[in-house]
Design a protein around this ligand. Sequence first.
Ligand code: SAM
Length: 414
Amino acid sequence: MVELTIASLGARGDGIAHDDAGVLYIPYGAPGDHVAATVTGKRGDARLAHLDTVLHAGPDRVQAPCHHFGSCGGCAMQHLNDRAYSDWKLEILRQALARRDLGGTVIQAMITVPTASRRRARFTALRTRNGLRLGFNEPGSHNIINLTECHILRPAIVDLLDRLRALLTDLLAPNKRADVQVTETETGLDLWLAADLPHNAQTDMRLADFAQDADLARLSTGRRPEVVMVRRAPRVTFTGVAVTPPPDGFLQASRAGEAALVRLVQDGVANAANVADLFAGVGTFSFALAKGTRVTSVEGAGDQAEALIAARNAARRSGIEVEVRDLERRALSVEELSAFDAVIFDPPRVGAARQVDNLAVSAVPRIVAVSCNPATFARDAATLADAGYHLQSVTPVDQFPWSRHLELVAVLQR
Ligand SMILES: C[S@@+](CC[C@H](N)C(=O)[O-])C[C@H]1O[C@@H](n2cnc3c(N)ncnc32)[C@H](O)[C@@H]1O
């Protein structure tokens, strides 16, 4: 056991302390805390330590609102006051930009979303000898926290947990795991039990009763989702256009986060008449563009593109063309890009390296980048900056409160 004072926070949110032997990372330590800790291993050249006791709390430490905090992997930073937390989050972005020589970039004020606003959760369930566990994993572990409260999720999702535990106690074989995804939509909860469940009449009846009792909108089962019941088509409305997303389709984490991103994308695209929306999902940004705008929405997942097309047809938005295409294998070429006066790209966490290589040598006047990973964003932005794009500004959108994740929107101009 060692006694130390936490000096600062690292990019993962861990407290950083120093002693004669060098650096220690101490998860859940806050700056100024004087702590007793036990060294548990190495991280790179530094040591990793477990925080045993806070002997004297630093000025930024607050009482975490959730009793699972510290053991649940869903949140990393509930122990900091708001100012210290947002300073730390902004620092992640600043450092990611600085590492790519983009340190001079203008960073706008961070937009935050309310707690209890996340509309989708993916839980793990395990039937053990002592009962059914359902929740998020412990940090860096397969152990499941049996979630009884959650301050980031929409209340309707938390309220479903006990019912789900009863259902999965009946359906899961001993020692079997299942992934459980719940999405709150405007017409009710959309539940996907990603598990191999027994195929028999008893299971079907139990599922049907559950769907009714819980008033689900839709229920899907199987490792690859198969819809087994639609009581009401799940609906998400994007700028006035109603979409029924597939069970595993992408949605921005919260309505508030989505609204902030949409506004920033609209401002970024400005009055462009011909726009490519790359990695379009089910159309979050495509539908947000002005009706007269010609939009080419490109999405790799066929079922999401189909949902986008169905919604476009129902809303008579004939200015939106949809293409199913893998942009990693077959990025839009320089020639194809020449048709657009603005390009939006919103890739998964790995970023859009291939597509950005082609954008870098294109003549597209405006690019709006949306990203959930400051590191890959900074890499892609640096490629564009080296090719003559000016990174006008970056706006952080903290739609993952208390986590290590940060969303952002950036505007680049030729
Ligand atoms: C971060 S989501 C953004 C979706 C959408 N822009 C939105 O805001 O709802 C990324 C999207 O990229 C799609 N995607 C992932 N890899 C892709 C690839 N290689 N080519 C095309 N689309 C891909 C995913 O299916 C997902 O819909």
